[in-house]
Design a protein around this ligand. Sequence first.
Ligand code: NAD
Ligand code: IPM
Ligand code: MN
Length: 359
Amino acid sequence: MAQDNSTKRIAVIAGDGIGKEVIPQALEVIRASRSNVEFTEFDWGADRFLRDRTTVPPDGFSMLGRDFDAILAGAFGDPRVKTNIHAKEILLGMRFKMDLYANVRPVRLLDAALCPLKNVEPKDVDFVVIRENTEGVYTDAGGIFKQGTPDEIATQEDINTRKGVERIIRYAFDYCEQHTKLDGSPRRRVLMCDKSNALTHAGSLWQRVFKEVAAEFPQIETQHMYVDALCLQMVRDPGQFDVVVTNNMFGDIITDLAAGLQGGLGMAASGNIHPGKTSMFEPVHGSAPPIAGKNVANPFGAILTSAMMLSHLGFTQEAARIEAAVLDAVRQRKTTQDIGGTLGTREAGAWIAERVGHD
Ligand code: NAD
Ligand code: IPM
Ligand code: MN
């Protein structure tokens, strides 16, 4: 989105658990960055659902698309809602109903001390996973038949459309062409990750489309890995990855593994994007019920997510200042305990806000 002078409107949905702790810190940091934005907060989440059974109010998704430039979300999931229906309707609802087809999950190691692997430095972990976000096994196609009987059958169909596969693969190539690595060097390679040796129907479509789209980008190298092999390679030699494109479920799984390379789920950011439409930004982590309400959750994933959102909205300098402050905090151990510091969620967020405010 091009930079202009208008105030950007951001819908904020903190959600459940630690979402309610990390999102306020992200808002403080955005305020400190003096970006020209205004926030409208929504109470969608488990508390609201348990109170009045509302997950998303009628017209909620069209309202978000119509009235906002971006959405900042926390996390959804609460042990009191066993079916997870509210999380499905709110989070997957935004992704599917607003057609936010590209889930962009950057994987960056800010400091060698955060990586559980030996001899791995920040230059070795700087890749991005482009996860298909509107299809696959997440579409809810299928059903349960003869429930509760010995003959029960549950199906969960893997939906892959030509249009859906093509647009996510093209997004990955475009991303590769338009983005550099943190050190300023160009991105060069798109790797497609699938399981086409076993899942041959879906695999065939992805393989054919990958070759076709790749032909339009002769300057970009291509590579393929089966998802199981990729998991091994990710811990053996993460430096080989650049842009990885994959389906919805594999993207979900490998980005938790990738978060491990960055220092854990508390460090991982993401954007759910449809170019030109209102997009949604959320940390990769969930609501982490066991640590919720204790002021221990790492707010940096949410803060880096807000930098991603600001950059998407055209506030690139503000985003860069926020990222630089997080890097500084990590280096100086002004962090929560999960990544080696002694600060609480609020104190770690306040440190970043203070630093960003002074820049
Ligand atoms: P989780 O991401 O909530 O937690 C996994 C592990 O990472 C836990 O040990 C947790 O303590 C730790 N962790 C996560 N975020 C952290 C942070 N910011 N700082 C420090 N530690 C952090 O995943 P889970 O336990 O599998 O799921 C809990 C709930 O969250 C479930 O209801 C799940 O469905 C939901 N969930 C929601 C989202 C989302 O809304 N985007 C994503 C993942 C999981
Ligand atoms: C994520 C989460 C979600 C997903 C869950 C909460 C439905 O794990 O954003 O990675 O599977 O996409
Ligand atoms: Mn996940």
